[in-house]
Design a binder for this molecule. Structure first.
Ligand code: FAD
Length: 257
């Protein structure tokens, strides 16, 4: 029974599933306008076990804290990005990298129309407008980078560095004409073991002028290297960059099931 201090989580329902690329599954979900509006741009998903049509969802406290049901429930908390949100149509689109084992990747690999997915809350992407943008990320950051580029004023200049396995993993992006998009192919190197992104940033000089913002998201180790480079060699202050590990090689991000 939910007390007045707690509210039930929003539950979205899978409408359709397509393969955006060989390793990215695009899941379109429906929900109320309020649930869709609150499911992004970054979104805390409550992922049921594969095939569980009636999960024991947690509740959400007034301060946003998740209150888990007692005992085993099989629901895992994972962070994703709403690639697209349309509250008036009640639809949200999420791209899941099919990296192998993991509650979210396994759920997405098996997702079919009618399957439920919980939403514990949404948050910002951490970007801000700037005359010169530098964006760097891997497949997990592609939905966020595509939103940042699509929202950037047409006068924005800069570079987007995107590390993917190969050409088949590239996705069309809509970007201001002054942004150079560079795809980096890691080939047979496993995700999280490549130094391509860090090398590409290391090869760049700090852009002229002060109105620079750098946004980085990828495997945690790669992000740590890039963050140190930006703070050291480029002398960027905290307000001039956002560098977040989106996943950790060899470690689940968080587990609650
Ligand atoms: C703010 C934010 C937004 C994000 N947006 C997206 C998004 O839109 N799309 C998306 O696909 N991911 C996104 N991620 C990353 C996603 O949350 C992680 O990849 C997460 O670990 C996946 O959960 P899981 O249950 O599949 O695997 P986990 O249980 O977390 O991990 C299981 C194993 O899989 C490995 N693993 C996890 N992710 C990957 C990967 N990408 N490649 C290779 N191995 C991996 C782990 O190292 C671990 O060994 C985002 C992360 C954050 C913080």
């Amino acid at each position: 029974m939910t007390t007045p201090e707690l509210r039930p989580v929003d539950v979205l329902t899978v409408v359709s599933v397509t393969d955006a690329t060989p390793s990215v599954r695009r899941v379109t979900l429906s929900g109320t306008a309020a649930a869709v509006a609150g499911a992004g741009p970054t979104v805390s998903l409550l992922v049921p076990r594969v095939g569980d049509a009636a999960p024991r969802w947690p509740d959400v406290a007034r301060d946003g804290r998740i209150v888990w049901p007692s005992g085993a429930h099989g629901v895992s908390l994972r962070s994703y990005t709403a690639r697209r949100q349309d509250p008036s149509a009640g639809l949200v689109e999420i791209d899941f990298v099919l990296h192998g084992d993991g509650p979210a990747a396994s759920w997405a690999a098996a997702a079919a129309p009618g399957a439920p997915l919980g939403v514990a809350g949404g948050g910002p992407l951490g970007d801000r407008p700037a005359g010169h943008l530098v964006l760097a990320g891997d497949e997990t950051a592609l939905p966020a980078i595509s939103r940042i580029l699509a929202a950037a004023p047409s006068t924005t200049r800069g570079t987007a560095l995107l590390e993917v396995a190969d050409a088949a993993e590239e996705q069309p992006l809509s970007a201001p004409p002054g942004i150079t998009v560079r795809w980096l192919h890691r080939g047979a190197t496993a995700p999280g073991e490549s130094s391509l992104l860090a090398q590409a940033v290391a090869a760049m000089d700090r852009p002229e002028g002060e109105d620079v913002f750098v946004w980085v998201a990828a495997e945690s180790g790669a992000v740590r290297t890039i963050r140190a480079d930006l703070r050291g060699r480029w002398g960027l202050g905290r307000a001039q960059h956002h560098a977040i590990g989106y996943w950790r090689r060899g470690r689940a991000m968080s587990a609650a099931g």
